[in-house]
Design a protein around this ligand. Structure first.
Ligand SMILES: *[C@@H]1O[C@H](CO)[C@@H](O)[C@H](O)[C@H]1NC(C)=O
Ligand SMILES: *[C@@H]1O[C@H](CO)[C@@H](O)[C@H](O)[C@H]1NC(C)=O
Length: 272
């Protein structure tokens, strides 16, 4: 009997006798949030003579949410939205130069973050386990879990991307990317956006490559072999406008060739 109001005091008030009824905002409760990066190190695959592939550990986030009774025909979607707010992704080719995947507007400071939606279900990261929609009227509380995961699984050419030569010259891979991931409730009727939780995470990677060695023996994973744990923020971060709309990072990214001497060249232009 006494547990319920105490829980409410911690989590915010619903129909507690101690609190005046508040807006719907105050009554969606996040019962539990988990976030982690798997402990396995990045794995490297040298089975192709054209590209090196690597697969980073998974970032995971999940939340158990309680939505109180929804009046009328109102409908709320609760789920995960992710945006990238920093990207360094360099592949060095000895003294020749480096290729780099870049998000031009983010790189140039024109935007703070770029959507990491699947490109179909904007603004959501996905629409399977990532979201849940509650359509009123509902008489009781609805409890559910929404979850998402992310990792990197790219291919990097052994040879310089802009040259006709397939001679392996890749000498190292550096990557440092940061993301904000929000648990959000959006009203389908009014478009109101409620940020329920914010997680920040980062993935860093350094792979040293000796292109002189035979295929299968070239690459070695350097620091960090363990990633920093994601941070569940005590105070929510506002969602920048570009985190909610097209284009997503996948469609906006360009592959540049940055020679040690000379002008940079666009190797793969943006898709959008
Ligand atoms: C969070 O992690 C704990 C411990 O692994 C697990 O029991 C619980 O079900 C998880 N909750 C969610 C919402 O994923
Ligand atoms: C997810 O989105 C796709 C593309 O819009 C759609 O075809 C599919 O039915 C959706 N799935 C769910 C579970 O909503």
């Amino acid at each position: 009997m006494f547990l319920w109001p105490r829980v409410l005091l911690v989590m915010g008030c619903i129909q507690s006798i101690r609190c005046k009824p508040k807006s719907f905002r105050d009554s969606i409760m996040v019962l539990e949030v988990n976030s982690s990066i798997d402990s396995n190190p990045t794995s490297i695959d040298e089975s192709s003579s054209v590209v090196l592939r690597y697969r980073t550990p998974y970032f995971r986030a999940s939340a158990r949410v309680l939505v109180p009774p929804v009046a009328g025909k109102e409908s709320w979607t609760v789920g995960w939205i992710q945006a990238c707010n920093h990207m360094e992704f360099y592949n060095k080719y000895g003294s020749k130069g480096m290729s780099s995947w870049e998000l031009p507007d983010l790189r140039d400071g024109k935007i703070q973050a770029i959507s990491d939606s699947d490109g179909v279900n904007y603004p959501w990261y996905g629409n399977t386990t990532e979201t849940c929609t509650i359509t009123g009227p509902t008489k009781k509380d609805t409890r559910f879990t929404v979850s998402m995961n992310d990792n990197f699984y790219p291919s990097v050419t052994w040879g310089v991307p802009v040259s006709d030569s397939s001679v392996p010259q890749l000498s190292s891979i550096w990557r440092d990317q940061s993301f904000s991931t929000w648990l959000v409730a959006i009203s389908q009727s009014t478009g109101e956006v409620l940020v329920l939780q914010t997680v920040r995470w980062r993935m860093r990677l350094h792979i040293a490559v000796d292109p002189e060695k035979p295929l299968g023996q070239r690459a070695a994973l350097c620091e960090p072999t363990a990633q920093e744990p994601p941070q569940i923020l005590g105070k929510n971060e506002a969602i920048p406008a570009n985190a909610l709309v097209k284009p997503n990072a996948n469609d906006a990214q360009v592959l540049m060739w940055r020679p040690r001497v000379g002008e940079p060249v666009v190797v793969i232009p943006p898709k959008h």
